[in-house]
Design a protein around this ligand. Structure first.
Ligand code: GAL
Length: 376
C-alpha cells in the first residue's frame, strides 16, 4: 500500500508541475500575444537646429512633394534641413541617414524603403539620442519612435475595394453573373502595402469566395500580387503577361485593384497596348499623381485616392515642434495647433516588437472624374 501511495503522490506532483509549467507558458504566450503600449518619452536633448529628412525614392512623384513641403515648413521655422532620397535601395538609405547624423542632424524624419531594415541607423541615432519620426511608412524595431505619421492605410485599401464593388454593382447582380478581377499590390518591403492589401481584401474576399468576382490568374495572395518598388514597368509587364495568358478571345477583364498610381499607370499602358476588347475596365489607384489625374479625365483610370500631403507634412511639423518644446509622447502631440483636417491619434493598430506604436492617421478620400476639379 505504501508503495502505491508513493506512486500516486509522485504522479500527482508530476501533473501539478506540468500544469504549472504549461499555465506559465500560456501566461507567457498570452503576454507575448498582447502588445504593450509604447512608453512615453519627453525630449531632454540639446536645442535642435538641424533636421534630417530621408525619403525612400526620387522616382515617385509624391516623395518630392513630401520633401519640399517638409523642408519649407522646417526652414521657415528656422531649422537647417538635410534632405536625401534612397533610390528604393535599403543600403543607400541607411548610408544617407548615417551621413546626415554625421553632418549634425539632431532629429530625423524618415520614410523607409524597407520598414524592417533600418536597424543600423536606428542604433546610431538612438546612441546619440536623436529622435526619429516614421513618415508615411512605419519603421520597425525602434521602440523609441517619436511617432508614426501616415494616412489610414487600411482605409485606403477599403476605399479602393468598395469603389470596385459599387462600380460593378456586385450587391445587385444576378447570382449567376460574375466579373473578372486582377490584383496588383505594392512593394512587399513597404509596410503600407500590406495594409492597403488587407483593407481591400477585407471587402473583396467575400465576393471572390462567392464567385461574383473571379481572379483568372489565381494570384490573390499579397506576395504573389506585389510589384517590387511600385515600379510602373514591372506592373505593365505583369499585366501584359496576364492579358495574353488569361484574357484571350472570350474572357473579359472587368476590374484591376491597383494599389497606387505608379502601378495603375503600368496597368493602363498594358491595357492600351494589349487588350483587344472594348469593355470599360475599372482601375483603381492612389496618390493622384499628375499623369494619373489625366488618365482619370481621359477615362483610362477610374479613381485614385487623394492623400493631402500638405496636411501630412504639417501634422508632422506640429508633432515635432510640440515634442521639442517638451510635450510628452504620451500626450496628443498635435495639441495646441489649429488643424483644419481630420487626424486620429491611434495606439492600437501598428505594432513593432510587441509594442503598440503611437500613430497619427489622416483620412484618405476617393477622387474620380466627378470630384477631381473640386478636390485638386
Ligand atoms: C506607399 C505610399 C503610397 C505609394 C507608395 C509608393 O508607402 O503610402 O502613397 O505612393 O508608397 O511610393
Amino acid at each position: 500500500m505504501h508503495k502505491l501511495l508513493k506512486t500516486i503522490s509522485l504522479i500527482s506532483i508530476l501533473i501539478l508541475l506540468f500544469t504549472a509549467c504549461s499555465s506559465k507558458e500560456v501566461s507567457n504566450l498570452s503576454q507575448e500575444s498582447e502588445p504593450v503600449p509604447q512608453s512615453a518619452t519627453t525630449y531632454t536633448g540639446e536645442d535642435v537646429k538641424t533636421i534630417g529628412i530621408s525619403m525612400p525614392a526620387a522616382q515617385l512623384e509624391r516623395w518630392h512633394i513630401d520633401a519640399d513641403l517638409l523642408k519649407t515648413l522646417f526652414e521657415d521655422a528656422g531649422y537647417n534641413v538635410l534632405l536625401s532620397y534612397g533610390d528604393n535601395l535599403i543600403d543607400a538609405q541607411i548610408n544617407d541617414i548615417n551621413q546626415m547624423i554625421d553632418q549634425g542632424a539632431q532629429l530625423l524624419i524618415i520614410s523607409p524603403v524597407d520598414s524592417d531594415s533600418l536597424g543600423p541607423c536606428i542604433e546610431n541615432a538612438n546612441k546619440k539620442n536623436i529622435p526619429i519620426v516614421a513618415y508615411d511608412r512605419l519603421i520597425y524595431h525602434n521602440p523609441n519612435l517619436l511617432a508614426y505619421v501616415s494616412y489610414d492605410n487600411y482605409m485606403v485599401g477599403q476605399l479602393q475595394a468598395q469603389y470596385i464593388v459599387d462600380a460593378l454593382d456586385l450587391d445587385n447582380i444576378d447570382s449567376d453573373r460574375c466579373f473578372n478581377l486582377e490584383i496588383f499590390s505594392g512593394d512587399s518591403a513597404d509596410n503600407n502595402a500590406i495594409y492597403f492589401y488587407d483593407g481591400a481584401m477585407s471587402i473583396l474576399s467575400s465576393y471572390i469566395n462567392d464567385g461574383k468576382l473571379k481572379v483568372l490568374s489565381n494570384q490573390t495572395s499579397f506576395y504573389s500580387t506585389s510589384i517590387s518598388s511600385w515600379d510602373t514597368e514591372l506592373a505593365c509587364e505583369r499585366m501584359e503577361i496576364m492579358l495574353s495568358s488569361y484574357y484571350g478571345t472570350n474572357q473579359q477583364l472587368n476590374a484591376v485593384l491597383a494599389a497606387n498610381d505608379s502601378i495603375a499607370l503600368g496597368v493602363c499602358e498594358a491595357i492600351d497596348s494589349s487588350y483587344n476588347k472594348d469593355n470599360q475596365i475599372i482601375i483603381t489607384g492612389q496618390d493622384c499623381d499628375s499623369c494619373n489625374i489625366q488618365n482619370i479625365k481621359d477615362e483610362k483610370q477610374s479613381m485614385s485616392i487623394y492623400k493631402n500631403l500638405n496636411n501630412e507634412a504639417y501634422a508632422t511639423f506640429c508633432i515635432v515642434q510640440n515634442y521639442l518644446n517638451g510635450v510628452s509622447t504620451g500626450d496628443d502631440l498635435t495639441k495646441g495647433y489649429d488643424l483644419d483636417f481630420t487626424i486620429r491619434r491611434d495606439s492600437d493598430t501598428y505594432v513593432s516588437d510587441n509594442v503598440y506604436i503611437t500613430s497619427y492617421l489622416l483620412s484618405p478620400m476617393v477622387v474620380t472624374n466627378a470630384n477631381i476639379d473640386k478636390v485638386l
